[in-house]
Design a protein around this ligand. Structure first.
Ligand code: DON
Length: 333
């Protein structure tokens, strides 16, 4: 049955190709352009690996990976695309989607806003209502974690997140970096401070276990995968929540619409406004050097390069995005 499904899937791609119905008809020439942009970007050795979590500081900074998956399933990868890295903050959009799917927009946004904070991702600040500004910064991401599957025990809740990533990546298991998790937990004073601040303001739903919520958040940040698989997750967001490889509906389109809106306005730390202006596409970065880029109705791109700029975004990741929209008219406006 699995083999048969595989043949059907490939046939769908072949059929589209024969009828010139693919979103990128000349994929070979597109990939040649992507490859030369990748080579140019590789020359950039600026930036510094995140060192506030000791395990992240030990990553080889020279690595660079890029993978593309179109909404009809054409794929292309370059560099270290099979090397695993931890998701860090690039897990935040998915946790927000999970909370939305479960509770709906109204309930979720009683606990988290949808405005950019204009400040760094771990700033000790809440909005005028005493809730986090948005789900893409630490406070908001911890809040999203407190909302996911809250009736269940913590093991099942983590399972749910894991299974969702697996489905987003087209059925490939994601891994978990326990050393990063432990390291993260040991250096979490700021996140604890943020959580206590939120508790003081009654921002959490009733009966939230603070330590459990924080540990759940650290665990989500410590999930690992590679750009080859994560590009499929990005493509699922580009495809309104339906995985382009498996055809499975992972999220409703309204959930993805909300998520992409917030990725556009808040996904790149306090560079989000500049990124939205210059690149005009929803994205989410993480301090591991991860970057998920979504070109709605066209493709998902996963980039990874550990050297970060002073705001915490991957230097090569941002440069590649700039080159991409210079060459192709992907800017949404
Ligand atoms: O909370 C932290 O410090 C990290 N685990 C997440 C860091 C990250 O990627 C920044 N995010 N917005």
């Amino acid at each position: 049955q699995t083999e048969f499904n595989e043949i059907l899937k490939q046939n769908a791609l072949v059929k589209k190709s024969l009828s010139q119905d693919l979103v990128i008809p000349d994929f070979a020439s597109f990939c040649r352009d992507i490859s030369s942009m990748f080579t140019e970007t590789l020359k950039n050795e600026k930036g510094k690996v995140a060192d506030y979590i000791p395990q992240l500081a030990r990553v080889n900074p020279d690595q660079f990976a890029l993978s593309i998956c179109t909404v009809d399933g054409q794929r292309y990868s370059l560099g270290d695309s099979g090397v695993n890295f931890c998701l860090q903050s690039s897990c935040k959009p998915i946790n927000y989607c999970l909370a939305l799917e479960e509770l709906g927009e109204k309930k979720v946004h009683r606990h988290v806003g949808r405005e950019p904070s204009g400040q760094s991702f771990n700033e000790l600040t809440l909005n005028a209502q005493g809730i986090p500004h948005n789900p893409m910064i630490n406070a908001g991401a911890m809040m999203a974690c407190s909302l996911i599957d809250r009736e269940n025990n913590i093991a099942d809740r983590f399972d749910k997140v894991n299974k969702t990533w697996k489905a987003l990546c087209g059925g490939k298991d994601v891994s978990f970096n326990n050393a990063v998790y432990l390291s993260e937990r040991q250096t979490a004073d700021r996140n604890f401070a943020l959580a206590y601040f939120m508790r003081e303001k009654n921002a959490f739903p009733e009966k939230t276990n603070l330590t459990e919520t924080l540990e759940f958040y650290f665990q989500c940040c410590s999930i690992e995968s590679c750009t080859y698989d994560l590009s499929v997750a990005a493509a699922t967001l580009a495809n309104a929540g339906t995985n382009p490889l498996t055809g499975d509906v992972i999220f409703q389109s309204s959930t993805v619409q909300n998520c992409l809106s917030l990725m556009l306005s808040c996904g790149m730390y306090d560079f989000s406004g500049e990124f939205a202006f210059k690149i005009g596409l929803p994205a989410k970065s993480g301090v591991s050097g991860a970057l998920l880029l979504v070109i709605p109705n066209l493709m998902g791109i996963s980039i990874w390069s550990p050297r970060l700029d002073p705001l915490g975004n991957s230097v090569r990741g941002v440069e590649f995005c700039e080159r991409l929209v210079e060459r192709f008219s992907f800017h949404q406006y």
